[in-house]
Design a protein around this ligand. Structure first.
Ligand code: TZP
Ligand code: ICP
Ligand code: MG
Length: 218
């Protein structure tokens, strides 16, 4: 059964850029996002985490500026974890981890928006699907320095395992993904790659985003 919404979500997933002020090597996150969009990212997630992350009004102000850029470029703006911020900004969607708000509560409070859920096991995936997730974030696929509490490195095998188990929901791989290994993540039957540092800290953000687009176009 070809579900229209699933197809729409799949079209957003190929190059899913995730970033906050702490990922930009001291550069202006606004400039970094503009360059990433110029390079062809297909989806954006605002993820403001880590010890030097912005909080309160500063976090909201940056989120508003980044959302505006996404809107001007017809890129959906997703918020990580922070449901209040997602609602305050009327974001296009939210991404929650297993240790964040329960996906079913989010789905209820933030209905008809894009709901992404991190999953590491088949059980977590099946629960997320029951809770109405639109896509799953699977990883870390490779070693990563961008998430201090990342689970053990899974490799692309986790994606194949989920597919062999009959999990058909849209999936992005995340964790240590670069233009060099992005293709094998797609070959493992992910619908896209979610990337923080390879794009956000690149010396040429636009070119790097472009190379991900080439690597993920089927
Ligand atoms: C948020 C998250 N979840 C699993 S790994 C990760 C960090 C990915 O960052 P990078 O693309 O820099 O490895
Ligand atoms: C932890 C995460 C996993 N996957 C995605 C897409 N975003 C996240 N913040
Ligand atoms: Mg989280």
């Amino acid at each position: 059964m070809v579900d229209k919404r699933t197809e729409q979500i799949k079209e957003l997933l190929p190059v899913y850029f995730i970033m906050g002020s702490t990922n930009c090597n001291g550069r202006d996150p606004v400039r970094v996002l503009e360059e990433a969009i110029a390079g062809g990212i297909t989806l954006f997630q605002f993820r403001e985490k880590g010890e030097s992350a912005l909080t309160g009004k500063e976090k909201v102000r940056l989120a508003e500026r980044l959302k505006k850029i996404c809107q001007e470029n017809h890129i959906p703006f997703i918020v990580n974890d922070d449901l209040d911020l997602a609602i305050e900004l009327d974001a296009h969607g939210i991404h929650v981890g297993q240790d964040d708000l329960e996906a079913d509560i989010v789905r209820e409070k933030f209905s008809n928006k894009i709901l992404g859920v991190s999953a590491h096991t088949i059980e977590e995936a099946e629960q997320a699907i029951k809770d109405g997730a639109d896509y799953l974030g699977l990883g870390p696929i490779y070693p990563t320095n961008s998430k201090d509490d990342a689970r053990e490195v899974a490799g692309t095998g986790i994606i194949e395992c989920f597919r062999n188990h009959g999990i058909t929901i849209p999936i992005v791989g995340i964790g240590g993904i670069t233009p060099a290994n992005a293709e094998e993540v797609i070959q493992a039957s992910a619908d896209g790659v979610a990337v923080i540092s390879a794009i956000a800290s690149s010396s040429d953000v636009k070119e790097t985003a472009k190379s991900f687009l080439r690597a993920t176009s089927k």
